[in-house]
Design a protein around this ligand. Sequence first.
Ligand SMILES: [Ca+2]
Ligand SMILES: [Ca+2]
Length: 461
Amino acid sequence: MCDKQSDTERGENTAPIESTASSQANNAMVEPRGEAIARKVSQFSLRFLGVAVIFGIGVHFANQKYWPYKPITRAKSVLLEAWDVGGFAPENAVGKAPENASRETWTAHHPDALLAGYRAVLGYEPKSGEFGMWIFDSSGAKVHERLLNYDVQDPDGPSGGSEAPHAFHVMKDGSVIVNSDKGDVMTRYDTCGEPMWSRKGSFHHSFAADPRGGLWTWHGEVTAFDQYQFLTRFDPETGETIEEISLIDDIIDTSSENRTIFTIVPGKGFEHYKGRHVVYDRFHPNDLEVLRPEMADAFPQFEAGDLLLSFRNINMVAVLAPDTRQIKWWSHGPWIQQHDPDFTANGEISVYNNNGYRGESSIIAMDPQTRQVRTVEIDPDFRFYSQYMGKHEYLQDGTLQITVPYEGRAMEFDKNGRLLLEINNIFNEGHNAFISDYLWLPEDYFDIAPADFACNNGQPS
Ligand SMILES: [Ca+2]
Ligand SMILES: [Ca+2]
C-alpha cells in the first residue's frame, strides 16, 4: 500500500488537481482567490525574494528532512512553475499547449459541419485568475462569461487545497451546479456567479440526469478519495438528497461475487476516513450515469434505469441494477485509469481511456454483449493525453466531443474522425489553461438567451 501511495504522490507533482494521495500542502492553491499575481508586477520581486529565501532555507531543511520540508518543496515548485509558464496561476492550472494547438480560443476547422447550439466550458479563466464558465454560440462568439464565487460558501477555503471545479450541470435558467474533488461544497450558482444553494460535503467528479428526476453525483464520506462512497441523487432545484446508495454497504458487501468483482480479499474490511490521504483511495469512483429509456433498446441485457459506474483505481467500468444491487456487467480494462464511460446509441459502452503514465489517452468502445473492443479513430495529428480527469460525449449527429483538461483544450470530431472544432483556453503563446468540463446545449435550451443573462463576469449586462 505504501508503494501505491507514493506512486500517486509522484503523479500529483505533475497534475494534482484530481490526484489522490499527497500532502495537503502539496495541493494548496498557489494564490488566494482574487489575486491575479501575474498582473501585479510590483509584488513580484518581493515574492521572488521571499521564495528565494525560503528556497535557501528549504535546501537546509530538505537535507535534514525537518518538518517544513514539504511546504518548502512546494514553494520551490511554485517558483519554477511560474518561471516555466511565464506567470502565476494555481498550481497545474496552466500547462504547455500541444504543439499544433491553435492559438485562437475558437477554431472551427469545418464550421458548416458543427452541430448548431451553445457550447459551455468550465475551467480556469486566465484574465481574472479565477475559475469560471463561459458560453459560445454556434458561430463561436463568446456570449457569456461567469466567475464562480467559491469563497462565499466556503470562507475557510477548500480543505483539499483546490477549489478547481470538476463537473458542471447547466440549467435552463442559466444557473449552473458545480462540484469539485478537493473542495468542501457543491453549489448552484446563478447567472451572476452567486450561490442559489450550497451543500457542504464532498460531492465529486460528475453529474448525470436521471429520467425520473434529479441528478446523480458521487459523494465521499469526507473527501472524494475515501473508501466509503455514496451514489447520491439530488434535486437540482434545492440540492436536497432524493436517494443515496452506499457503495460498500449496499453494493460491494452484499455478495461474495460483488466483493470479488471489486477485488476485495475474503475477510478484509474497509477503512473509514482518518485524515486526508491517510486511508488508501481503493476505488476512486469518478462517473455514474443512468441508462435512459430512449437508449435502452440498444442494450438488450440491461434495463432503463441501470447505472453505469466507473472506478479509476481498479480500472473498472460496471453496470449496476440499482434496485437489486446486482452487478449486471463489468470489465477491468482494457482501459487504464479511465474517466467517463458512456452508454452510446449504437449499443456500445465508450470509455475515456486516460491511460495514465503512458503519455497517450484514447476513446475505447466495447460491445458489452460480445466484449469486442475497438479504439475510436480520430485524426492522428490530434491525439490527446490527460493523466487525470477528462470527459467525452457523443452528440445526436454522431459528433464526438473530447475534453482534455491538462492540454487546456476541447475538441470535436465527426464520425470519420475529422477534426471539426478545437477550443483552446489560452494562457499565453505557449501555454493553455485548465478545462475541466465541456457541454453542448441545444439552441432552444435556455429560457433566456445567454447573451441576455443578468450578468457577465459579475457585471450587469
Ligand atoms: Ca459518463
Ligand atoms: Ca460523457
